[in-house]
Design a protein around this ligand. Structure first.
Ligand SMILES: [Zn+2]
Length: 262
């Protein structure tokens, strides 16, 4: 309440109190007594970890060698090298209680959990901003599909971005965008990238300023949505300095950063 005293959150609190009279408060993990138990609170306090190397759709080809090459005593095997398109920070793996928390927040009518998730993402935003030497990056939510918005009644990633912006870590940059479906006459290769069209005056203005932005999403799986958003923002003239998500479907294994992604 102290961090987020807007009328909407007050209303949410009233609803929460009213519901608590009928049913006890329950954490998404099943623990009764609070909306977020101590154990799940600790999940949100995790240090952000880099996950881009485990997102297939974020890998771009950086070198190709038809035969083994030697450079200054280092032998590079024949094959191709990939590097990730952008850094992606997550709080943890999408599974167990973190998954229950995310699902309760986005689909389970517990939108108020966003006010707990937002401060948890601030260190990740700060880390990317510091690495890029940017004071207050624009925070761009990935567009929810219209059907999902209608079903949930609210755009949860836009709401999350507003809550992060209220902490001062960056400013909300809510852009008008049209997600296109993956099957729009695309070949198998392009289908890995979800194409997103940005339009509207705000996107054009941010592009002219070459604004530094961070993409914010709930869960990253292959990274195809982040890639689509990255490409749309870059095409509009913005500098994408990274992405922040709550959870990643797969965390990189300790050595995977050194592997060649074939
Ligand atoms: Zn819990």
């Amino acid at each position: 309440m102290a961090q987020d005293g807007g009328p909407r959150s007050q209303l949410r609190e009233v609803i929460a109190q009213t519901c608590a009279l009928v049913a006890p408060r329950q954490c998404p993990c099943g623990q009764e007594g609070s909306w977020l138990c101590e154990r799940c609170t600790r999940l949100l306090e995790a240090a952000p970890c880099r996950v881009e190397s485990s997102c297939d759709a974020l890998q771009v080809l950086t070198a190709a060698r038809v035969r083994e090459e030697h450079h200054g005593g280092i032998t590079l095997p024949a094959g191709v090298d990939h590097s990730p398109l952008l850094p992606v920070l997550a709080l943890g793996e999408y599974g167990g209680n973190l998954q229950r928390l995310v699902l309760a927040w986005k689909n389970g009518g517990m939108l108020h959990l966003g006010t707990r998730i937002a401060p948890a993402l601030v260190p990740a935003v700060a880390q990317l901003a510091m690495a890029a030497d940017v004071a207050a990056p624009g925070l761009v939510p990935v567009p929810s599909r219209r059907s999902a918005q209608l079903r949930r009644g609210e755009d949860h990633t836009a709401e999350l971005v507003r809550a992060i912006a209220r902490t001062g870590a960056g400013h909300a940059l809510l852009l008008r965008s049209r997600p296109t479906t993956a099957q729009d006459g695309q070949g198998a290769r392009q289908r890995r990238t979800r194409r997103i069209h940005l339009d509207g005056r705000r996107a054009r203005a941010a592009g002219r300023r070459a604004e530094s932005v961070i993409i914010v999403d709930d869960v990253v799986t292959t990274g195809s949505t982040l890639r689509g958003m990255h490409d749309a923002l870059t095409d509009a003239g913005m500098q994408v300095i990274g992405a922040v998500v709550v959870a990643a479907a797969r965390l990189p294994t300790p050595a995977s950063g050194l592997e060649h992604v074939a």
